[in-house]
Design a binder for this molecule. Structure first.
Ligand SMILES: Nc1ncnc2c1ncn2[C@@H]1O[C@H](COP(=O)(O)OP(=O)(O)OP(=O)(O)O)[C@@H](O)[C@H]1O
Ligand SMILES: Nc1ncnc2c1ncn2[C@@H]1O[C@H](COP(=O)(O)OP(=O)(O)OP(=O)(O)O)[C@@H](O)[C@H]1O
Length: 616
């Protein structure tokens, strides 16, 4: 179905190709998982299939890519729209209409499908993707995960023969991700759809793949094989494979079920040992800094080691006049394409930029306590948060989890003063965020937003970093060093819009970390990051927590939460439904338990790091 003939892509200003020697065939009716480190060229390779590369990104494509016989260099994305459905990494760049139902129908309308067919497919898709309750909602008012589901739904309705998906589950909660993947698998099995999908969270997807396509390093030829073959050689692998390698299992397990069947001996080895809770520097053991007692009316959730061994322990292809490539890329053939980016949060971008630019103040104090009392937030007609009472203490890392639309981003945005409480109170170090001038608030709290682009305004990585150093009055080079520490190889002179997703996130993280805010908020901070980059981020965050910073991560990444969170708070429909030490909360939840915990249950292990240390 998809043929690559000696394909290479070289972006403008680059001396070496980003991808080269791509020579392979993807047969009809297979789900092929594209994997590789951050910035290696996965989106570039996907773009050669959807036609976005080079039509929207610029650069030179050599060789030939054909999809069902159509050459993607001579067919623009619009001319492939009936054949290829594409979802890029940024759902906002994807949308063409204003409401959920219109968006689901749009692709079919463009292809001229009969109204009764469109109606039926819209209804089917609303049900399949759990969108029925949102059908009339303006897309701009949806949460990040809700938007990602709409983006996926809108490419499913026209029933294209080929789906090209770039990190399609990155903003989805674990249950929604499973639902989407099983829908895709059904399309592959029942309709013979061909799916080419890039994903970093392999723990979610590897067991659904017929084959895996590995890009091992920039410019290296890709390797196609069965998932088991590729997992044996891949530099990126999920915890189940890491555990299998550690235990010497052959063949390597790909699913929790496979691993459980082999875990008997490992369990016996671990029986007399106890897992260590997370602390600084990637090691496990006693936290370096004990958190002071909470001052609010709620229970303290300082980092408390469980007493071990305890049982808890671009874009869819559509007419270019209405879409923008991420960050307003240019179609050299058709001139500048206006970026269509619905304002999800009015003034969010400007507010974040203001928050950053306001930092002419002295470096912040190391610690801050945030208190939320009976917080309620109403957004349009939706109660996004209700009766939230929480205290966030210095030295503590809290993972805020819960299904899409539960209220996580709303809570973080309230803590940085971008949303005003409807009822109740929020204070950060005694200040009320929405009434505190940005230049003062920045001393107390920093947010890495769900869309890192919202934080970036300079023309190059180097200029962003220089501005971040100046804003935070940090020594020159601080931010740049942090970028490299998180993700090596991010170029200095590239425009942030041309960075890969992981590179852009590493830049946004570094900018906020440069300010070393006492209260550090991160909204889904692992999109686009490979496992090594995530481990480095975890190290940085552990060190900050050990120095007394309070950290809150809104995340669907259960593996990250297990690695670094002392405490997990689960939101549902705007309310707190669970709050306690990580092991207590996640182990009892099939959705939020990490792979190691599922494999070794009922023993209280959460991460491969804990197992490795116990076996050492
Ligand atoms: N339009 C562009 N112009 C110049 N360089 C680009 C452009 N798009 C991507 N690049 C560069 O090409 C390289 C590969 O980027 P790409 O987005 O394909 O990587 P990726 O594997 O998808 O990364 P991630 O896992 O972070 O999403 C990166 O170094 C990136 O900076
Ligand atoms: N600007 C807005 N106007 C109206 N409703 C909104 C707006 N932004 C979000 N909402 C709604 O508020 C609720 C909470 O959204 P929020 O973005 O806080 O969820 P979330 O837990 O961060 O979700 P996700 O995991 O998908 O990012 C959702 O029902 C969402 O649809």
């Amino acid at each position: 179905m998809i043929h690559f003939e000696e394909v290479s892509v070289t972006y403008e200003g680059h001396t070496t190709p980003t991808i080269q020697h791509v020579q392979l065939t993807i047969p009809e009716g297979e789900l092929v998982l594209l994997i590789g480190p951050s910035g290696v060229g996965k989106s570039t390779l996907l773009g050669t299939v959807s036609g976005l590369v080079p039509h929207f990104t610029g650069g030179t494509l050599r060789g030939r890519v054909t999809v069902d016989g159509r050459d993607t260099r001579t067919h623009k994305p619009r001319e492939l729209a009936d054949l290829v459905g594409t979802v890029g990494q940024d759902p906002l760049a994807h949308f063409v209409t204003d409401t959920v139902e219109d968006e689901l129908a749009y692709g079919m309308e463009s292809l001229g499908l009969a109204p009764h067919v469109m109606r039926r497919r819209v209804e089917e898709t609303l049900d399949l993707l759990g969108l029925a309750d949102l059908r009339d909602r303006p897309i701009a008012t949806l949460s990040g995960g809700q938007q990602q589901r709409v983006a996926i739904g809108s490419v499913l309705t026209p029933h294209p023969k080929v789906l090209v998906l770039d990190e399609p589950t990155s903003a989805l909660d674990p249950a929604a991700a499973e639902e989407v993947l099983s829908v895709l698998q059904r399309l592959v099995h029942d309709l013979g759809t061909t799916v080419l999908m890039a994903e970093h969270r392999l723990e979610r997807v590897i067991q659904y793949a017929d084959r895996a396509l590995l890009l091992p390093s920039p410019s290296a030829a890709p390797i196609l094989g069965t998932p088991t073959e590729i997992m044996a050689i891949s530099p990126v692998h999920p915890p189940v494979v890491t555990l299998g390698r550690l235990a010497g299992w052959n063949p390597l397990p790909l699913s929790v079920r496979d691993a459980r069947r082999r875990a008997h001996d490992l369990r016996s080895h671990l029986a007399a040992k106890a897992p260590q809770p997370p602390t600084a520097n990637g090691a496990h053991g006693e936290p370096r800094t004990a958190a002071p007692a909470a001052t609010g009316g709620t229970p303290t959730h300082a980092p408390q080691p469980p007493t071990a061994p305890s049982p808890h322990g671009e874009t869819r292809t559509c007419p270019p006049t209405r879409t923008g490539g991420a960050g307003g890329n240019t179609d050299p053939a058709e001139g500048r394409v206006p970026t269509h980016r619905p304002a999800r949060e009015t003034g969010l971008r400007a507010a974040l930029a203001r928050l950053r630019r306001g930092t002419t103040a002295p470096p912040p104090a190391a610690t801050a306590t945030a208190t939320l009392k009976e917080l309620g937030v109403r957004r349009a007609r939706i109660d996004a948060l209700r009766h939230i009472t929480l205290t966030l203490t210095p030295g503590e890392t809290t993972a805020l989890m819960g299904r899409n639309g539960a209220g996580k981003s709303t809570l973080l945005n309230t803590l940085v003063g971008m949303i005003e409480p409807t009822t109740g109170t929020v204070t950060v170090n005694g200040r009320t965020p929405h009434r505190t001038p940005p230049r003062e608030l920045i001393r107390e709290v920093g947010l890495v937003p769900q869309e890192p682009r919202d934080l970036l305004y300079a023309d190059t990585v180097a200029a962003e970093c220089a501005a971040a150093d100046a804003d935070a009055e940090a020594p020159p080079g601080t931010c740049r060093d942090l970028v490299t520490a998180l993700l090596p190889g991010v170029p200095d002179d590239t425009h942030p819009r041309d960075l890969s997703e992981g590179q852009r996130l590493a830049l946004a993280l570094a900018i906020v970390l440069t300010g070393r805010p006492p209260l550090l908020l991160l909204d889904e901070p692992t999109r686009g990051l490979d496992y090594a980059a995530k481990a480095r981020l975890a190290d940085v965050l552990r060190d900050l927590a050990a120095e007394g910073h309070a950290i809150v991560l809104a995340t669907h990444d259960v593996e990250l939460a297990a690695e670094i969170a002392h405490r997990v708070v689960i939101l549902a429909d705007g309310e707190v439904v669970a709050d306690g030490p990580t092991a207590d909360v996640v182990v009892s939840s099939p959705s939020f338990a990490p792979q190691v915990s599922k494999i070794l249950a009922p023993d209280p292990w959460l991460t491969v790091t804990q197992v490795r240390e116990a076996l050492a």
